[in-house]
Design a protein around this ligand. Structure first.
Ligand SMILES: *Cc1c(COP(=O)(O)O)cnc(C)c1O
Length: 254
């Protein structure tokens, strides 16, 4: 176990240096960038080790897998992200199990999550812990399907504005930004146009939302970049990088 602990801590150290270097190249502050450790397929113990080493954000891509790990990790001071495709019949469970859903890929799904949040807010007992918990908004990101991406998930660019507007009308969700998942390429430079595009879409969306009087919609987050291309993503404006392999090692293929 000592060895394991060391290697996650060492990986974290190395990753943080790369994040800092990429931020510096881009003239950005390192505090603008949140490391989200993607712990799918790794045991709860690995998550605990990463948390002990200082990681505070974790992402999983399957509701069921996270449901089985979470009970043993309730004590950790961490924020739990869902980063994978969510089936709408699992929206209610996801809303209970995660602090943020970073992969909302349709308005239909957003509405299911809204319904779940609304129902949960209703059953909160009066005077329940946490002031204002009766109107808790669940943070979400829209996963965008960028042109040329092979993955089928995500809101089409052409629909982004109307979907964002509709989500902003949902009182139990808080739209925080955008997420993308470009196709894997050996050369991380090949992901750069996708990251740049997501940043452009963010700026465009902010402008159009301001024009339609959604003045509160600053959409600060851009979740983009994985283990092999996070440095490029940071250069292009990522505020959240999602790192699995770089922290935990390679995953066993199923
Ligand atoms: C698995 C996964 C990651 C992390 O991938 P690595 O290449 O191991 O860093 C990031 N984002 C999503 C959505 C994932 O499913």
């Amino acid at each position: 176990m000592g060895v394991e602990t060391n290697s996650i801590a060492r990986n974290l150290d190395r990753v943080r240096k790369h994040i800092a270097a990429a931020a510096e190249r881009a003239g950005r502050k390192v505090e603008e960038i949140t490391l989200v450790a993607i712990s799918k397929t790794f045991p709860a113990q690995s998550i605990r080790e990463a948390c002990n080493a200082g990681v505070r954000h974790f992402g999983e891509n399957r509701v069921q897998e996270w449901e089985s790990k979470r009970p043993s990790l309730e004590d950790l001071p961490a924020t739990w992200h869902l980063v994978g495709h969510l089936q709408s019949n699992k929206a209610a469970r996801a809303a209970q199990l995660f602090h943020t859903i970073d992969s909302v890929d349709s308005l239909h799904l957003a509405r299911k999550i809204e319904d779940a949040q609304k129902a949960a807010a209703r059953v909160q007992p009066v005077g329940a812990a946490g002031a204002g918990s009766e109107n808790r908004r669940l943070p979400v990101l829209i996963q965008v399907h960028l042109g040329g991406e092979e993955s089928k998930s995500g809101v089409e660019e052409a629909d982004l504005f109307s979907v964002a507007q509709a989500i902003l009308e949902l009182p139990h969700l808080e739209l925080r930004g955008l997420m993308c998942l470009p196709p894997y390429a050996e050369d991380p430079e090949q992901a750069r146009p996708y990251f740049r595009r997501l940043r452009e879409l963010q700026e465009d969306l902010r402008r159009r939302l301001r024009g339609s009087h959604h003045l509160e919609a600053t959409l600060p987050e851009l979740s983009m970049g994985m283990s092999h291309d996070f440095e490029v993503a940071i250069e292009e404006g990522a505020t959240q990088v999602r790192l699995g392999t770089a922290l935990f090692g390679s995953r066993k293929t199923k």
